[in-house]
Ligand binder design. Structure first.
Ligand SMILES: NC(=O)c1ccc[n+]([C@@H]2O[C@H](COP(=O)([O-])OP(=O)(O)OC[C@H]3O[C@@H](n4cnc5c(N)ncnc54)[C@H](O)[C@@H]3O)[C@@H](O)[C@H]2O)c1
Length: 350
């Protein structure tokens, strides 16, 4: 099998889940449980090889990736001890990566000199760059996208900064025979997904929505960051939900709470109220509890492999078609079922 060379930007909790998850399937090569796609093109999960990483935190810069993922404020349940990967964490440019409220408490900025990101990506023959900087880091997200383009790498924007939804960015990657996927990864089984399914179903049954609330509670750095920089995340989630509603329905509300207890555990409360036959009230309450970073990594392993599959098979123009399955905000709007069918069609065609 081929190795697929990957670089990570932002070695936080999600990177920890991603590296440990890949290590788990490398130690258990016949295990298929937990995978949406054991094989995409020629790539199994254990073909992912992390060859470079970038961060700005002094506790992580200069360390081997497999050690850095357990440092700083990274909290997520351990899947397995990480296997050896060649990646070392390099000092990237900070730009807008550290919100003032995160400085020193969550991210302790390194005073090491910023390294040449494009050169490192080229020297390591990186094929796919995965962007995992904190939500709201719009400048950093575009800066690393530019670096990926200059180094000849595909780019996966896992955060809500609009990139793929901007046709100019898509065109720039396609012109260089590369793939751009984004924006804002769906979890493998996400709250927004369930929320949308419920709304879609209620609309099919002629119900007017009078209230739609999604309350997200968590204790990791991302949740603390979202207290201060939730604008793009909230609108990414709200837009994903609004597509099924009409003007008579209440607008969906999405909020974030930080529990103050360092943990990767997340709880989401969904409350939907509506009116059915005879304007009679109906309500649905659902609770989802999960390990948020691991749930996100379960999708990113597919995004990385499909990006390289599209490049290998000169199918870069299909990048926008695989996004709806993987991402909350994408250029095309379709239901999860349609998005899944489209994804399957693309990965099964050569
Ligand atoms: N299920 C999920 O966890 C999920 C789903 C969708 C999107 N996301 C998004 O993925 C991103 C990563 O999540 P996380 O939980 O790992 O966050 P995190 O806060 O734990 O990690 C972010 C990392 O980025 C680093 N960083 C900050 N500025 C940087 C820069 N300029 N260059 C390089 N590194 C920089 C920080 O030091 C930190 O190590 C967040 O934006 C989150 O919203 C997560």
């Amino acid at each position: 099998m081929d190795n697929l060379r990957v670089a990570i930007v932002g070695v936080g909790s999600l990177a920890k889940a991603l590296v440990e998850g890949v290590s788990y399937y490398a130690k258990n090569p016949d295990e298929k449980i937990g995978l949406m796609h054991p094989l995409i093109g020629n790539y199994r999960v254990n073909d992912l090889k992390f060859v470079a990483a970038f961060d700005v935190d002094r506790r992580k810069v200069g360390k081997k990736l497999q050690d850095a993922i357990s440092l700083g404020k990274n909290v997520t349940r351990e899947i397995t001890s990480p296997t050896e990967h060649p990646a070392v964490v390099h000092r990237g440019p900070t730009l807008d990566g550290i919100h003032e409220k995160m400085r020193d408490s969550f991210i302790s900025e390194s005073n090491a000199p910023v390294e040449n990101v494009v050169k490192i990506l080229k020297d390591t023959n990186t094929q796919v760059v995965v962007n995992l900087v904190p939500s709201g880091s719009d400048v950093a997200t575009r800066w690393y996208a530019e670096a990926a383009l200059n180094a000849g790498c595909s780019y996966i924007n896992c955060i809500p900064t609009p990139l793929v939804t901007d046709s100019k960015w898509r065109k720039r990657f396609e012109e260089r025979d590369l793939v751009l996927l984004g924006d804002d990864t769906k979890s493998q089984m996400g709250a927004t997904m369930l929320n949308r399914l419920l709304l879609e179903f209620l609309k099919l049954r002629g119900i007017r929505i009078t209230k739609s609330e999604q309350k997200n509670q968590g204790g990791n750095a991302d949740h603390y960051n979202l207290l201060h920089r939730s604008k793009t995340k909230e609108s990414s989630k709200r837009e994903a939900l609004s597509k099924y509603l009409d003007e008579k329905d209440a607008r969906p509300s999405v909020t974030f709470q930080y529990t103050g207890k360092p943990s990767g555990h997340k709880r989401v409360d969904l409350l939907i109220e509506g009116e059915l036959f005879g304007k009679t009230p109906i309500s649905i309450h659902s609770v989802i509890e999960d390990e948020i970073s691991i749930n996100g990594a379960g999708t990113i392993i597919d995004a990385i492999r499909v990006a390289q599959f599209l490049v290998d098979n000169s199918k870069q123009s299909n990048a926008k078609d695989v996004c709806p399955f993987l991402m909350k905000s994408s250029p095309k709007h379709m239901s999860d079922k349609e998005a899944s069918a489209m994804f399957e069609r693309i990965i099964s065609s050569k």
